[in-house]
Structures are given as structure tokens and as C-alpha cells.
Design a protein around this ligand. Sequence first.
Ligand code: SAM
Length: 300
Amino acid sequence: MNASTSIKVELGPVQETLLIPLLGRAEETKKKRGLLRDEKAVEIVDRLEYDFGKWKGIQSLLGASIRTRMFDRFVERFLRQSPTGTVVEIGCGLNTRFERVDNGRLRWFDLDLPDVISLRRRFFEDGARRTMLAGSVLDREWMDPVLATGGPWMFVSEAVLIYLEASKAKQAVLQIADRFSGAELVFDTTDRAMVAGQARHDAMRHLPKESWFRWVCDDPKEIEAWRPGLELIESKTFVDADPDIVERLPLSIRLLVRWVPFLLLRRAGGYRLNRVRSGPRDEIPSKRPALERARSGGAA
Ligand SMILES: C[S@@+](CC[C@H](N)C(=O)[O-])C[C@H]1O[C@@H](n2cnc3c(N)ncnc32)[C@H](O)[C@@H]1O
């Protein structure tokens, strides 16, 4: 297909939300000192037949990119400890995290619903260390090739579980924790006020209610009670972003973070980025020889 041909967006209502962070990354790329550079996002936004104008200039675009950079940091830290580890990007949408964090040695899986993966395949290709998987996080089939790598594993879920009913979000976390002991899971949560306030949310109010967040999580610590061994290692808000991320934000927000963080927390403190461990690290099955063999033989 001609690289300039436009592509109609035909996505389910929750899937459509992937266009918000996509546009956020494209907009940051056009700035002189944006939070990230993502030429692919610019290209995709140009190619998609979609009314992006409804989100022009909204704050949430910047919020989505701050969140993305904070998630990148979680992954980068995991890869410093486990350079040949496996990362599963759950609900990847059209994200380009692999491009940002690839260290040349990791193993990567991009998982999303089938309509998203079909769209993703128009712009991205599988590679020796990177594989797209079509399915729901609530399925179990996608876990087999991931398990075969032998780990260690990190599961990244940026703005995905928040769209599920609470029971389904819990199911997703527990299914992963049961199968991948010692894994790290990073995912965000939204509190009651955020979930209830979507009619006023600058991005979500332009989408049908079926697209909105559902999972109310006022205190991520509650996750530890879901299963023995689940441990909340870290829970951050935007105020906890690393200084080099904050330094690239517009002056008005930098001042808020620096001098009156409680004002920012009042507006966005119910949104948290959480790092959870699924069990003790010494249970990581990568130490088992059979799985090591599966990794070197079949994981390309
Ligand atoms: C707001 S978008 C975030 C996309 C991506 N994580 C990013 O930050 O660019 C939400 C994503 O979650 C995906 N999603 C929703 N429910 C899902 C499910 N049950 N299994 C896998 N992905 C799902 C959607 O298809 C969509 O790509």
C-alpha cells in the first residue's frame, strides 16, 4: 500500500482511546523541547482518517505523555537489572515503548485486542525479539509464548486496566500473578473522583460512555489483599515524576510541581502509577534449565 494512503479508523469504543496517547506523543514531538520524540506517532496521526481536532490543545495530551515517560522509567529500571528480560506491553495500542527502551537484548511482546493489532500491523512489524499478540489480557493463550522465554518478566499496562470492571482488572492481575511468579507488573489506577468525573474530563467527554474508565481504586494497597505474595513496591503520582521529566514541562506545571504540589495532587492525585511484584524473586522459573532451553531455542 502507498505510504501516503489514509487509513480509516475502525475500532471498538475502548480501543479508540489509544488515539489519545498517540496524539499526545505526536504533539510532544512537534515541540522544541518535548517530553519525547516519536516520529512514528506523527506519521500515524497524519495517516489516520480521524477527527483528532476534538482534542486540540487539551491538558490530557500532555498528561498522557508524562505518564508514558514515567512508565518508560519503570521499564528502563527493570532492564538495567534484567537486560535479557521479557517485557509484555499489555494493551499496547500504537505505543512505541519498544523503540524508546530497546537495549538490543530484551524480548518484547505487544498484546492488544484483535482490531488494534490489525491496525498496529499497518505500521509495525514483528522482529527477532519483538512479537505482536492479538487477544485480551483476560485470555490465557497469549501467556504460553511469554512463559516460554523463561523470564524474568515485566508486564506493563499503561491506561488499560482502568477501562475494565473492577472484577476484571483483578482477574487480569491474578491470572498473571498465578502464572508468572516473581514478575513485576506496572499499571495505573484511578480513584472514585476520576471515574465519576469523566463527563468533565477534557478527553473522555468527547467519547461515548462505553469508552470510559470503570475500575475505581482509591488505594492501590488493596491489591496486596488479593493474593498472598502480591506486593505493592511503589505507587507514584505525577508529582513524583523524575526531575528530568519535570524539567521538560511547561513553566506553569513545573511551578505547580515544585512549589504547590498539593494543588496538583488535588486535581490529579487520584491517578497513580503502581509497581507490583507477583511473588518472591527466588521463585523465578528462569532458573529452571528446561525453560532456559526454551528461551534460547524458540524465543526468537
Ligand atoms: C488508552 S489506550 C492505551 C494504549 C497504550 N497503552 C498507550 O499508552 O499508548 C487503552 C488500550 O487498552 C486496550 N485494551 C482495552 N481492553 C483490553 C483488553 N481486555 N485486553 C487487552 N487490551 C485491552 C485498548 O485496545 C487500547 O489499546
